[in-house]
Design a protein around this ligand. Sequence first.
Ligand SMILES: Cc1ncc(COP(=O)(O)O)c(C=O)c1O
Length: 440
Amino acid sequence: MTDNRFVESNRLQSKASQLIPAGCHTYSKGVDQFPQLAPGFIQSGNGAWVTDMDGNTFLDWGMGLRSVSLGYGYPRVTQKVIDYVQKGQGPNFTRPAPVEVELAELLVELIPSAEMVKFSKNGSDVTSAAIRLSRAYTGRKRIAFCKEHPFFSFNDWFIGTTPCNNGIPEQVSELSVSFQYNDAQSLERIFELYPGDVAAVILEPVTSIPPAEGFLKRVRELTHKHGAVLIFDEMISGFRFGLPGAQTTFGIHPDLSTFGKAIGNGFSCAVLAGKRDIMSLGGLEHLQPRLFLLSATNGAETHSLAAAIETVLEFREKNVIGHIELIGERLQEGWRQTVMAHGLDQHLQIGGYPNSPVYVCKDEQLIPSAAFRTLFLQEMIREGVLIPYISISYSHGEREVTKTLEALDRTCAVYHQALDQGFQSVLTGPPVKPVFRKFN
Ligand SMILES: Cc1ncc(COP(=O)(O)O)c(C=O)c1O
């Protein structure tokens, strides 16, 4: 079936797949992650809304893979970047720019566990830097990572542990071992299995699943006891579960933490933050063997850092997190009422924290289903809502909630039809696929 809403997008998609492996630069943006009837390319954004190549406008809950925390084209951030460009304050120089120290000072003040910070462009860079730093600091090689947490880095130490491990020597992957969230004993077992060899424990402090009573505290105790570095990956929880993140809300301070996504309102800025005794190993003032921590030509691109300063200040000055939580509550509440009215409360469920809701699409047997998820995405898109996941920004408000609930209401009718007559009766194209799979 053809759909003339996406003519330009489809044309560009064919070209992109010939020019760019996977047709894009983040796997979660790929054609295998969206229904066939979806906008393939986004041209512009404004607040919580985006316009695709064909001029279709959508309400967006994905917000640039959760990076656009305040909103598309957010005036304070955008103006700062324009000023930087116009005044020639960047984008890059032969020596550092003052903005590097300015942002560092702001973040060290904001992040309770940080005495030093180092910037890069991607979350993967800073989590991998945290791993290297931990190995150097402890003189050990093994990494314990949390199994339920889907993504830490595109680098070998993590991707080697997924089914998509082509090109990664098993000698590298074997050094990363997993434990279960909310199961401190599974971590204890790793320490027993590899005595004196665990360099770091890395996890997201919280996701949609709350930490069990005492779990994070126990992880902190175990890492102290066994001399391993504790890394909190706050890429998603940062600037959402408190300011700067879950470490403040749950009161557990890691040795190192990593931030990205929300921090630059879509401008690329990722942060490795941590204690001086560990972080300074990457510096010039010690007598230990040198550690090549993070070093990138574009690592301190000035506008991104300036954008991050304005974003952080906006979070600090306005109650951004409070607003996000309120909108999340409204959405969750309205969602539950809407699906209940259609008798679909077991099939289209919403959960998680209000600041980071998650939804799940289930089939006739109440099993989470890629096909039903694809159908759900397809129908929401038909109604003008792009909702691959829910990342609420400061620009989402009552209007956006209302629009979403109206779209959900109409989507429920089609969902019913799919439950009655099979998803094939209403889905165009193939179901979405898991990112981490062995073969295409
Ligand atoms: C928890 C977590 N850590 C690390 C990363 C990697 O960040 P980036 O995509 O900026 O490399 C992601 C990205 O999705 C993430 O969700």
